[in-house]
Design a protein around this ligand. Structure first.
Ligand code: MAN
Length: 359
């Protein structure tokens, strides 16, 4: 039983789309015969050729059969292979819908790839011919690729995504200018790391990115800032935002999409989770010239899972974003709800900044 307090619900700043959920698993064709789309989640977002595009994470497995666990893994050719284990196998731990532990090793219950969908109105999305999905490739992406942030910097799109394999959870980078040809830059941050959002402008000639390494012992799941001379090689890491015990972001925090430039600083939307895995959204503000200085941060969350489609699904009590569009004061975030549906909500940037507590 989840034990949350709901006082923060009243302070939710989100104006959810009445059309939510915008996309659900049945709306997307599986990537191959015999596969089943289990969840759609956490899209990267960008504009291209006058349209709004989502790079949706599609999590697949084979059709489920009662009494069996099917563990999906990509082979060296990039084809999905299934390890079949009876649910009563004493070597299997299947208590989290997202993860299997089998013979002492962790696996994911689904393998994710990224699918491109476009829209004229930001509400109705379709797959377009000629824009194939992006799939895991090679040893470091054998359990798939997930939760891609898209940053547009000097005419080039930077795609930073979670690359999962038996070697761990790290961050892959690809770049593109036309969404048809991609340059693979390999793993830019090794395990355990995820939630990388590259700033869409250089500061004093340097590239900046937020990232989220995890430390099992001393330390935790905190947001860090890194800088780079070329957008590929990252260094001078600084820990800038930590989880806060007793609060809605007590167990882990991680960056959403690229920071939003405002008069008062770089505004970052981030997710925070409790030990019970309730995921909310909050924000913090970084200094314009030196983003390692955090000026202000949400006390209460700006968005809390409250709607049915956020409370129950593949993994309930989750709102998670890694993609948005900004037009003047209007921020449109696209988000994964209950790890199963893609939804949208609007915010006022000014309102979010006003709600922050100055440090
Ligand atoms: C966590 C969750 C999952 C995700 C894995 C690997 O278990 O965020 O959704 O698949 O990490 O990134």
């Amino acid at each position: 039983m989840l034990n949350h307090t709901y006082d923060d619900i009243m302070k939710d700043l989100a104006k959810r789309f009445p059309e939510n959920p915008l996309l659900m698993p049945k709306d997307i064709r599986p990537s191959a015969d015999g596969l089943q789309v289990i969840c759609l989640l956490n899209p990267g977002v960008f504009t291209f050729e006058g349209k709004t595009w989502l790079l949706v994470r599609v999590a697949e497995s084979i059709k489920q059969v009662e009494g069996w666990a099917f563990i999906p893994v990509l082979n060296d050719e990039g084809k999905l292979e299934i390890i079949e284990v009876p649910l009563n196998d004493p070597d299997l731990i299947a208590t989290d819908p997202r993860v299997f532990n089998y013979q002492g090793l962790d696996y994911l219950t689904t393998v994710s790839h990224l699918r491109l969908l476009s829209s004229q109105d930001g509400i109705h999305f379709v797959e377009e011919e000629g824009y194939p999905g992006l799939f895991g490739k090679g040893k470091l992406e054998r359990y798939g690729i997930e939760d891609c942030r898209v940053s547009l910097l000097e005419g080039k799109y930077y795609l930073t995504y979670t690359a999962v394999s038996d070697s761990g959870v790290g961050v892959g980078l690809q770049t593109t200018t036309d969404w048809k040809h991609f340059e693979r830059k390999g793993m830019i941050l090794p395990p355990h790391n995820k939630d990388v959002a590259i700033f869409e402008e250089r500061i004093d000639g340097k590239y900046y990115a937020l990232h989220r390494p995890s430390s099992k012992d001393i330390g935790g799941n905190y947001i860090w800032l890194a800088e780079s001379p070329d957008g590929i090689h990252w260094g001078n890491h600084k820990c800038i935002v930590k989880s806060r015990s007793g609060m809605w972001d007590s167990a882990r925090v991680g960056a959403g999409a690229a920071p939003i430039k405002t008069d008062q600083g770089w505004l970052e939307i981030y997710h925070g989770a409790t030990a019970e895995h309730r995921y909310c959204l909050g924000a913090f503000l970084m200094d314009l010239e030196d983003p390692s200085i955090v000026l202000a941060r949400s006390g209460d969350p700006i968005m809390v899972p409250t709607e049915n489609y956020e409370l129950s699904g593949f993994f309930g009590f989750v709102v998670f974003t890694n993609g948005h569009l900004v037009e003047e004061d209007e921020l449109t975030i696209y988000y994964g709800a209950a790890d199963e549906f893609v939804c949208g909500a609007k915010f006022s940037v000014r309102e979010i900044v006003q709600h922050l507590e100055w440090i």
